[in-house]
Design a binder for this molecule. Structure first.
Ligand code: FMN
Length: 214
């Protein structure tokens, strides 16, 4: 089994990085081969006004043309069985690297074929105090949009990181992370993926078909 952790912090050695490492170690105890993608190490540019008129980003019919580090991450995710998003909270939402990643990956690549369908997804949010749940909701909505399977595992993994130790301080938060990793692996092991459909009709196409019938 393979897992990818998308670690969104701008700080390479901050709390998100430490928690991603801890998550990777937990996955390895289940024999899961794990890669951490540190977005701060990737050449990742934001969406901008490429294209014009009807051919601009949200209306393109082909994947994004930008030649940066993103396509390689998409490939890693497609090859993985488990995908975990780890993000700090910045300004009451996900940090800007994670926001760029979600926008570019979603609009630029994933919306065409939904290649992450049936991947098992988890989310870890790191913040000082405010609106961690808001960032969690945003990531979960993105996983659900991509038709991923997001298992409940107890309390959401919302980590009020300790800047002195640059790690988790609260035992309940530690338990939440351990439970989430356990559930991700267990759910993956229990699903008969042959029985799950991989042929998703794109929702935009379905909308067009319905519009044409009317
Ligand atoms: C620009 C910025 C904005 C932040 N906004 C929030 C916030 O809205 N809510 C919160 O609880 N913490 C906020 N924090 C604190 C970070 O979430 C916290 O320090 C976290 O550990 C950062 O992750 P890192 O250690 O991986 O850098 C903010 C930090 C920065 C640098």
């Amino acid at each position: 089994m393979k897992a990818v952790i998308i670690s969104g912090s701008e700080r390479r050695f901050g709390i998100t990085s430490a928690v991603s490492q801890r998550t990777s170690s937990l996955l390895k105890t289940y024999g899961v081969e794990t890669i951490i993608v540190h977005l701060n190490e990737i050449d990742l540019s934001p969406c901008n006004g490429c294209g014009n008129g009807n051919s601009d980003c949200n209306y393109r019919t082909e994947p994004c043309e930008k030649n940066d580090g993103l396509p390689a991450i998409i490939d890693l995710m497609i090859k993985a069985h488990i995908i975990i998003y780890a993000t700090p909270v910045h300004a009451f939402g996900v940090c800007h690297l994670m926001q760029i990643f979600l926008e570019r990956a979603g609009v630029g690549y994933l919306r065409f074929e939904r290649p992450l369908a049936n991947k098992i997804g988890g989310c870890v949010v790191i913040g000082r105090k405010y609106h961690l749940g808001h960032a969690h909701d945003q990531i979960v909505n993105n996983m659900l949009l991509n038709r991923m399977i997001v298992p409940g595992a107890g309390f959401p993994v919302l980590i009020h990181g300790d800047e002195n130790i640059k790690d988790i301080k609260d035992i309940e938060e530690e338990v939440a992370l351990e439970q989430m990793v356990n559930r991700l692996v267990n759910i993956h092991d229990s699903i008969d993926f042959q029985k799950l459909s991989q042929n998703w009709e794109n929702e935009r196409k379905l909308k067009m078909i319905k519009e044409n019938i009317k």
